[in-house]
Design a protein around this ligand. Structure first.
Ligand code: ASP
Length: 406
């Protein structure tokens, strides 16, 4: 059975078991029951493992991203143009996610047994944006400090990269090890999803389905809007390329990235589509595609915007203008720092939650529907890379329009 099928089966079985337990023994069931304790133990172990990997994952993927960015192309016009468009589309994506989420009235029934003691501790990080002692920041789990530190190390390393080949080799190899570890942790997702959902439904009943469904549908709807409306408008406004032809050219890529759930794993396929189907010159695509797979995550940003809004309403946290602005800025940085691998986006939610003061314990609630959402958002992530690559290539006259149209 494929991994995706396993997750779907785990999701269904977990929900069914939880609901059955809740219906059969509702009076006697409490969070002290031995079965619930077991489910809690497994879920907690899984979440701890995810938290454990956050720091190395962010550090190595950012440093590697910056080092590979300057491998062929310096931060020249092409770099600035591409990066600006990537950041621009990410901001649009988060705004779409937040906007549509704000129309939904999420029901706070999922929170009965969640501990909100994190909020104060996390909210403290708001005051210092720039790190002064990286070890203190790491010990406190301050992800923004880690992002800034990783960016600085990456920039400094890329300036002297001729002299530090051994360091670069180590960094790339560490990155591979960390990504492998993430894969190992993620391979336990079906078990974790089963336990998390069984526990949630057994202790809280079927009413948990409605708010999760609301969150799921709003993410899917926002993804569709961004995919069809934003990308079409961007192509029309910035390039005059035909959006219909664009979607036709990338249809196989959409299916591929949907099944791998990984922008990084899709890079060879994306590059091939860029050159063979969209007619983008290799001098552009070899730069824009790997960069996009590393930093441009529109679908992830949409999920992060919706998830933040969803959990903020569940925890009764008011999101004013300054909080919304914090979410937009932090989610932009977080989606840039998200590795192009399965489930990385949900791990990076910790960055936004820490800044807004949402308890990290809310994240397990989202896991039940995250695998499916991961597949869909990865397709949007990769399509976004391709859309911007087409625009940049067209602005540089580096696109073969005959290939694009055929
Ligand atoms: N799976 C996504 C990607 O590779 C990242 C995420 O988890 O959102 O693009």
């Amino acid at each position: 059975m494929s991994f995706t099928k396993k997750i779907i089966v785990a999701m269904i079985l977990g929900t069914l078991l939880g609901v059955t337990l809740n219906l059969l023994i509702s009076d006697t069931f409490s969070s002290n029951h031995i079965i619930i304790k077991f489910f809690t133990l497994v879920s907690d172990l899984f979440i701890s493992a995810l938290k454990l990997i956050i720091i190395p994952l962010i550090f190595f993927s950012i440093v590697c991203g910056i080092l590979s960015l300057s491998d062929d192309v310096p931060l020249s016009r092409l770099g600035i143009k591409t990066m600006s468009l990537y950041v621009f589309t990410t901001i649009i994506a988060i705004s779409i996610g937040l906007l549509f989420s704000s129309f939904v009235d999420f029901n706070p029934v999922l929170l009965a047994d969640l501990d909100s003691s994190y909020s104060l501790e996390q909210a403290e990080h708001k005051s210092n944006i720039f790190p002064s002692n990286i070890f203190k920041s790491l010990a406190e789990g301050n992800i923004i400090h880690l992002l800034i530190f990783s960016l600085l190390i990456g920039i400094a390393a890329s300036r002297i990269k001729e002299n530090i080949q051994t360091f670069i080799d180590y960094i790339y190899q560490f990155n591979m090890i960390v990504n492998e570890l993430v894969k190992i942790i993620i391979s336990f997702t079906p078990v974790a999803v089963f336990c998390i959902l069984s526990k949630a439904f057994a202790t809280q009943g079927t009413e948990t389905l409605a708010p999760l469904m609301g969150y799921f549908l709003i993410v899917v709807f926002s993804l569709f809007v961004h995919f069809f409306v934003t990308f079409s408008l961007l192509l029309k406004i910035f390039s005059k390329l035909d959006p219909i032809k664009f979607y036709r050219n990338i249809k196989e890529l959409i299916i591929f990235s949907f099944s791998t759930s990984s922008s990084s794993a899709s890079i060879p396929f994306t590059l091939n589509t860029a050159n063979e189907k969209c007619g983008i010159d290799k001098s552009i695509s070899t730069f824009t595609i790997p960069l996009g797979a590393t930093i441009n995550m529109d679908g992830t940003a949409i999920m992060q915007g919706c998830a933040t809004f969803f959990l903020a309403s569940l925890y009764g946290i008011d999101l004013g203008t300054s909080e919304i602005l914090t979410i937009v800025i932090t989610a932009t940085v977080a989606s840039i720092g998200t590795a192009g691998i399965p489930s990385a986006g949900i791990i990076m939610l910790t960055v936004i939650f820490s800044q807004v003061g949402i308890p990290l314990e809310g994240i397990p609630l989202l896991l039940g529907v995250d695998r499916l959402l991961d597949m869909m958002r990865t397709s949007v992530n990769v399509s976004g890379d391709m859309c911007i690559s087409c625009i940049v290539a067209s602005s540089e006259n580096k696109i073969n329009e005959t290939t694009f149209k055929s």
